[in-house]
Write a protein that binds this ligand. Structure first.
Ligand code: BGC
Length: 718
């Protein structure tokens, strides 16, 4: 018979402090129950403690929408009919907005969807640095610059976690390519580690207060990153004081002892021999299941280690599902579509616009030909674990028809074909490439304007998990097609759908180029809005576009530098990643970091600083007036790069240390104030193992891209 209880146990009382609840729950649990918290019970969930009413942890990819439901024990979809989500733009697009406020809205909206779908953990965002344009997963990350990715990741996390859903920042760390991702052992200097590859993770933990983090598949200094003593125990948990849970990437744990001792808390996705046994749950064979229990029981591993893991998982549960105050969430709402639409529109980058062919003067074009498979292909499919079952996806062709179809005749030619499958494999196309190309060229001769939608497509080796791109050129003979189209029609507007830079040998033959990323559900609407001028583009490149592949640092050395020899990889370009490399080596990029055109023009007034001499604890107050001098409302991203004139160590020519996006009406001026903490200008001193600002002269470069510097303001640090 049930006894009426008049007191709620402490761990169930949300008015009690988190740590008090955690300690109380811990004191009531058996060793077996604690171990059960530390590993999967299904593909995407781990156990709670049923006896105590402590709930399970359910996780979902991430990072662009809430993934469809997956079966309990295999990767097949669960055939639900109520799991079609809002597809938000890929993270490269979010980064290109240079707008942290939009990142907060994005996080909030995706968090609401995750909450509605009863997820405790959203597996994202990803902040691995763009080191080479061949990395198959660059589209899931926030670009090449540690400052930009730090500023963009923090609000995303805040937005997600407002919903009582944990963000799980990934992939910690140095997972900068897909090839050999499961075993490549990355070697790099401490400076490159601390200055380039760790800052966004650090910001996610110390400012974003992320409740979870995902270890990466690769190795670093000899240990797999999912159980890496230096990364997890020292840097993450000791130096950064991370109090949340470290989750493996799926199948990222390899070793009983390291899994127990080196900072891992929840093991997911391991393919153990247990999978072939039917007598017991295969999950009992995980490194952090029976082998861990055995090591605890025979004293090889101390119970402190177990208690630390259990505490972290309990915090995760109390912060999420067992926080009764968390909101209810919502799913595929008009508000979420609006967020997806805004991010897509603000992230699209106008790369080239000769004779102001854009925005399109629609009256001038009676016959518009749309060319390219990406005009119709579903881009929310493919790409690997970030693939989405979207409630809807407006294709570029549909967007063009909706926007221009009243006034102009719209025809479509596929132009090239990449094969049928969207996911995992690239199938040979059944369609004949020559006849597709010839048809497009024939039709282009008749058209007043050609809108070309190409790029990559999330097929295997074309912006997809599990493999890197094999070439810098566009695939499927698109270079040839574009060159031939440009010969027969002078008005070819190129819209690239991709998450990576590509070579553009046809650049001088076409008047306009837009970089549209993977824009998600609102793709066609957002692109057409920019083409028509309803939206004035304001996106800026979050990574450098090189003319050719070996213009990138990582690709300019031997194979050991990229992609490695199969076992080791040495980051020989060191801290000179992205524009830092282009600057140091004096290589002209095709399009520089931070670059993006507008339909209007801006003028930077003379910039001033509040003092001329500062100490390393000061904040420099920079101010200037920005004016919209053109004929349409628009937004500019003012960018501040810092240069250390004289230093005892090699320093990049300049580094992004501030940006601000300012929207201005026609003729409008605004005083822009930017605060630049001098402490952020430090370098990592390898000998002293600390951040250091050396006294001397620094130059503040103020501009509208990393290569369009409008003013240089010298300041002295004492
Ligand atoms: C990916 C992760 C993803 C996980 C679960 C892994 O293969 O690397 O990013 O979250 O699968 O789907």
């Amino acid at each position: 018979m049930l006894q009426a209880q008049n007191t709620v146990p402490v761990y169930l009382d949300p008015s009690k402090p988190l740590e008090v609840r955690v300690e109380n729950a811990l004191s009531l649990m058996t060793m077996e129950e604690k171990v059960a918290l530390c590993h999967a019970q299904s593909k995407f969930s781990s156990k709670g403690v049923q006896r105590l009413g402590i709930t399970e942890v359910w996780m979902s990819d991430g990072p662009h929408g809430v993934r469809e439901e997956i079966q309990w024990d295999n990767w097949g979809n669960a055939k639900f009919t109520n799991d079609s989500c809002t597809a938000f733009p890929a993270l490269t697009c979010l980064a290109a907005t240079f707008n942290p406020e939009l990142s907060l809205n994005y996080g909030k909206a995706i968090g609401e969807e995750a909450r509605y779908r009863k997820k405790e953990v959203l597996l994202g965002p990803g902040v691995n640095i763009y080191r080479t344009p061949l990395n198959g997963r660059n589209f899931e990350y926030l670009g090449e610059d540690p400052y930009l990715s730090s500023k963009m990741v923090v609000p995303y996390i805040h937005g997600v976690q407002q919903n009582g859903v944990a963000a799980c920042v990934k992939h910690f760390a140095l997972n900068n390519q897909e090839q050999w991702r499961g075993n490549i052992d990355v070697e790099l200097s401490d400076r490159a580690l601390y200055e380039i590859y760790l800052p966004a993770f650090k910001a996610a933990v110390t400012e974003g207060k992320a409740w979870a983090i995902m270890g990466s598949y690769n190795k670093f200094r000899g240990q797999h990153c999912c159980h890496n003593d230096l990364l997890l125990n020292k840097i993450l948990k000791t130096d950064w004081k991370f109090d949340g849970a470290v989750i493996t990437d799926w199948g990222g744990a390899h070793n009983d002892k390291e899994a127990a001792l080196n900072g891992l808390d929840i093991e997911m996705g391991t393919g153990t021999d247990g999978l072939t046994t039917s007598s017991q749950s295969s999950y009992d064979f995980y490194h952090l299941a029976n082998p861990f229990l055995k090591a605890l029981k025979n004293g090889e591993v101390s119970t402190d280690v177990l208690n630390d893991k259990a505490r972290r998982v309990l915090r995760l549960i109390f912060r999420t599902n067992m926080n009764p105050a968390r909101p209810w969430g919502s799913f595929v709402t008009p508000e979420h579509s609006k967020v997806a639409n805004q991010v897509a529109k603000e992230g699209i980058v106008l790369l080239k616009n000769d004779q102001q062919i854009l925005p399109l003067d629609v009256k001038a074009y009676k016959k518009i030909l749309v060319v390219g498979e990406n005009a119709t292909r579903k881009m929310t499919l493919g790409g690997g674990s970030s693939e989405l079952k979207a409630k809807y996806e407006i294709s570029p062709l549909q967007g063009v028809k909706n926007t221009f179809g009243q006034q102009s005749e719209i025809k479509y030619a596929m132009g090239y074909a990449s094969g049928g499958s969207a996911y995992g494999r690239e199938l040979p196309s059944k369609l004949n490439a020559d006849s597709l190309r010839n048809q497009a060229i024939r039709m282009a001769k008749e058209a007043d304007l050609v809108l070309y939608f190409g790029g990559l497509n999330k097929n295997y080796l074309q912006d997809c998990e599990g493999g890197d791109r094999t070439q810098y050129d566009l695939p499927f003979d698109q270079n040839k097609l574009l060159a031939e189209l440009a010969k027969v029609n002078k008005k070819v507007v190129v819209v690239l759908i991709s998450g990576n830079a590509v070579a553009m040998p046809w650049i001088n033959q076409v008047p306009a180029i837009l970089q549209a990323w993977y824009p998600g559900s609102e793709s066609g609407n957002a692109i057409a809005s920019v083409l028509s001028g309803e939206t004035n583009p304001s996106g800026k490149l979050p990574f450098s576009f090189g003319v050719k592949l070996n213009d990138y640092g990582a690709n300019s050395f031997d194979k050991l530098c990229f992609p490695g020899d199969g076992t080791r990889e040495v980051y020989k370009e060191d801290i000179l990643v992205g524009y830092r490399w282009f600057d140091a080596k004096n290589i002209a990029p095709l399009f520089p970091f931070g670059y993006g055109l507008s339909y209007t023009t801006f003028q930077f007034g003379k910039a001033t600083v509040d003092k001329t001499k500062y100490t390393k604890n000061d904040v420099v107050k920079l101010s200037f007036t920005l004016t919209n001098t053109g004929t349409t409302t628009g937004a500019e991203v003012a960018q501040v790069y810092i240069q250390d004139k004289v230093s005892s160590v090699m320093r990049p020519v300049k580094e992004l240390k501030g940006f601000s996006k300012i929207k201005l009406g026609v003729g409008e001026s605004r005083v822009v104030n930017m605060e630049l903490p001098v402490s952020e200008w430090a370098f990592y001193d390898e000998a002293g193992k600390q951040w250091k600002v050396e006294p001397g002269q620094f130059i503040i470069h103020l501009g509208s891209s990393s290569r369009d510097i409008k003013q240089q303001i010298p300041v002295t640090i004492e």
